[in-house]
Ligand binder design. Structure first.
Ligand code: ADP
Ligand code: MG
Length: 355
């Protein structure tokens, strides 16, 4: 068999190949409205009702580091990242199936901690933990959560409905999760250096993280924007396209544009950069805008909406208009504070297989 490295095609190239092989199976199920390619798969169990389903895996050393991640928060995050994909369809989460592969070093109490966090988050979102699977692991901890949600047929929102002239909106703020992660990595390095040098524990050497707690919280305890979905339902407006920002604004906006066959123009001055991020970025010699555009893991909602429908949510301070959908020939662009235009397609987000 020929050998082609995964880094050659990247994560999305690989998903495209998988989608090609799996495509013929879709015809087995006429009620399947959407397969691979959106935040959730969509199934129609009855007239007027849609069921949405998603799954996300968290792997030790890839998605988290137990040295900097309390298990309770990890449990909560594993629920939130799935709720976030359900929200991206404008749907409400209902129940979850959770599989774990547990390394021998784990104790009963550690798994209890993890599930305390999962249960806490599940209660906040109104989700039931309804099943799962348990295995041992020869390497690190693996958590795989699948979640089912529901939405009325007329409320479903895909990635591919954006139209030229519509507004591009984002909830909350961006960049905080990436800034928080970089801080935690720095603290880990300092800690490991101390251990390596056999130095006695000295808490004055560690930075006081209190002043950064908000960014760290965005990384360790992200919250899915179910409140925004509830707002949209209450105001009876439906975005034309929506995605949750897991890979970074730049890449996730490109997913909407590619799906909808449009371009986009967003403005740097309107991007709601998380308040603590600029200072953290300066300190770590990072760029706050880059963290907001391609840092990822913010789990905010990015959506497009007609100008008329936007009026109904214009008063909500959690929603920022950052630009407008354009024609596909215009590309996906950012106009910076100096008025220069930057091609966002040249900017990459997180890819599991990039070298
Ligand atoms: P998200 O970041 O919203 O969770 P992903 O980028 O992980 O979405 O996945 C994009 C699409 O590809 C989704 O529809 C997802 O269900 C599908 N997908 C990802 N990995 C696989 C896989 N291994 N097999 C089948 N479908 C997959
Ligand atoms: Mg998603």
């Amino acid at each position: 068999m020929p050998y082609n490295a995964l880094s050659g095609i990247g994560e999305f190239g690989l998903i495209d190949k998988i989608a090609g092989i799996a495509e013929s199976t879709l015809y087995n199920v006429p009620n399947l409205v959407r397969g691979i390619g959106d935040d959730c798969a969509v199934f129609q169990p009855a007239e007027g009702l849609l069921q949405v389903a998603t799954t996300d895996m968290l792997v030790d050393q890839v998605h988290f580091d137990l040295l900097t991640t309390p298990l309770k928060l990890l449990g909560s995050k594993s629920i939130s990242v799935n709720v976030s994909d359900i929200c991206a369809m404008n749907a409400l989460p209902r129940y979850a199936l959770i599989s774990i592969a547990v390394p021998p070093s784990f104790s009963v109490e550690m798994i209890e901690e993890l599930y305390e966090g999962m249960s806490y988050a599940a209660k906040e979102y109104g989700v039931a933990i309804a099943g799962g699977d348990t295995s041992s692991s020869r390497s690190g901890l693996v958590i795989s959560v699948s979640m089912i949600g529901e939405v009325a047929g007329e409320q479903i929102t895909y990635r591919n409905g954006a139209k030229k002239g519509e507004l591009i909106c984002v909830s909350g703020s961006l960049g905080g999760a990436a800034a928080g992660l970089r801080l935690l990595m720095r603290e880990k390095e300092i800690m490991l250096e101390h251990i390596e040098n056999n130095e006695p524990y000295n808490k004055n050497v560690m930075a006081d993280l209190k002043e950064y707690s908000d960014a760290i919280q965005h990384q360790l305890l992200p919250l899915a924007r179910l409140d925004i979905v509830r707002l949209l339902h209450a105001k009876e407006v439906r975005p034309s396209a929506m995605i949750d920002i897991s890979d970074g604004l730049s890449q996730d906006l490109q997913h909407i544009c590619r799906g909808s066959n449009t371009g986009a123009l967003i403005h740097e001055s309107r991007i709601p950069i998380h308040p603590g991020t600029r200072r953290i970025a300066d300190e770590l010699q990072n760029d706050a805008l880059t963290l907001a555009l391609s840092g990822g893991e913010d789990y905010q909602l990015l959506f497009t909406i007609s100008k008329e429908d936007y009026e109904a949510i214009a008063d909500d301070r959690e929603i920022s208009v950052i630009g407008e959908i354009t024609g596909s020939e215009e590309g996906v662009l950012l106009s910076d504070i100096y008025g220069m235009t930057i091609d966002l397609t040249s900017m990459t987000g997180f890819d599991h297989f990039s070298s």
